[in-house]
Ligand binder design. Structure first.
Ligand code: UD1
Length: 334
């Protein structure tokens, strides 16, 4: 049985991935510093899978703890989620982002190398493409200069891993996520934004629940069919499954390059208004919203060409936007 280290395994995408890993029979060890989640997520995972993953509360910035961890635990593969992810915050606190997302990656790779752990899945983002000149976005779409320190940490992270694969036995798969939303059908785990949500779906569910008064739509003057910005919203359970397929690809040595990159999305773009309407319909809710100016740093449109992931990885999203919006609302209600 393969043992997978999942860093950030109690976060939104991490927890859903741990569930899928355990369902597939992998042994899971989680490292999380609980900076943006709570320990109760561990109970949710345990309740869904009937198995409690091994958990260490470790901050990856603590190199001596990371060293000790790898010395004491036999690991076959790593899925690395642990990172800070708020775009606005990263602009105001760039060094926090470089330390949390880059320093920790270097520590992790060093210890993996030392302990001959040669399989890595890295959590990247479609943010690396910025506003692409052509849509849909393929893996060949040029990387644009990053708009934020957060985005830059994803670009630099990809480069650090690429360089490491060149001089070591490391094999890596980089997954570039589009917009992950939704939650587990059990309603035992979901997205847990701390403070005022920055992302669209948690803001929608909190507005519907009356926690927020009114949803602001950031701009209706984009060059899109209805003027609001378009994104590729991917159900987090589908996204989680992509990690399992990718890990198996490394274990069976089916990867064609030492580092491979895949877009993980649905291939379908939805505007903010489309999402709002779908949410209202599927959940029988009325949302209070208003149009406000564009948010600084936002792009008009991004959606994935998923051909490579479909054909090469053998992965395809199955759940719909409606499934995700239903799951998000059930979770909010709970
Ligand atoms: C953002 C980040 C992205 C990051 C991801 C992580 C930016 C520019 N991008 O993606 O790099 O990987 O979060 O979660 O910040 N919207 C509203 N009202 C709201 C919130 C959002 O209209 O209250 C709109 C946005 O303008 C956007 C869409 O909804 O068009 C999705 O926004 P969001 O959920 O924040 O995701 P991204 O901005 O696409």
């Amino acid at each position: 049985m393969k043992r997978i280290l999942v860093t950030g395994g109690l976060g939104f995408i991490g927890s859903h991935t741990v569930v899928e890993l355990q369902n597939e029979g992998f042994e899971v060890v989680i490292i999380d510093n609980l900076s943006n989640t709570t320990i109760e997520v561990l109970d949710g995972i345990t309740a869904i899978t009937n198995k409690k993953p091994v958990f260490f509360q470790i901050d990856l910035k603590n190199i001596s703890k990371v060293k000790k961890f790898f010395k004491n635990n036999k690991i076959d593969g790593v899925i690395h989620f642990a990172a800070s992810k708020a775009v606005g915050e990263s602009v105001n606190e760039p060094l926090k982002y470089y330390e949390n997302n880059i320093t920790t990656l270097v520590y992790l790779l060093k210890e993996m190398q030392k302990n001959k752990v040669n399989n890595l899945i890295f959590s990247s983002s479609c943010t690396v493409y910025g506003q692409a000149d052509e849509l849909p976005i393929t893996e060949e779409t040029p990387i644009k200069p990053a708009d934020s320190p957060y985005g830059n940490t994803k670009q630099i992270g990809e480069e650090i891993i690429t360089d490491t694969t060149k001089i070591s036995d490391l094999n890596a798969i980089v997954l570039r996520y589009f917009n992950p939303i939704g939650g587990h059908q059990s309603i035992l785990i979901g997205e847990l934004p701390i403070g005022i949500p920055q992302n669209l779906i948690p803001f929608i569910t909190q507005t519907a629940a009356g926690v927020r008064e009114c949803l602001s739509i950031f701009g209706d003057d984009y060059e899109t069919p209805d003027g609001t910005a378009v994104r590729d919203y991917i159900h987090v359970v589908d996204l989680a499954k992509a990690h399992i397929v990718a890990m198996k690809r490394l274990f069976t040595k089916n990867n064609k390059e030492k580092i491979e990159f895949f877009n993980i999305g649905t291939g379908k773009g939805s505007s903010v208004l489309t999402v709002i309407n779908a949410f209202e319909k599927v959940n029988n809710q009325k949302l209070n919203y208003k149009i406000v100016p564009r948010r600084v740093g936002d792009i008009a449109s991004a959606y994935a060409d998923t051909t490579l992931a479909n054909n090469e990885l053998g992965w395809k999203s199955k759940l719909t936007l409606q499934d995700a919006l239903r799951a998000a609302w059930l979770w909010q209600e709970k």
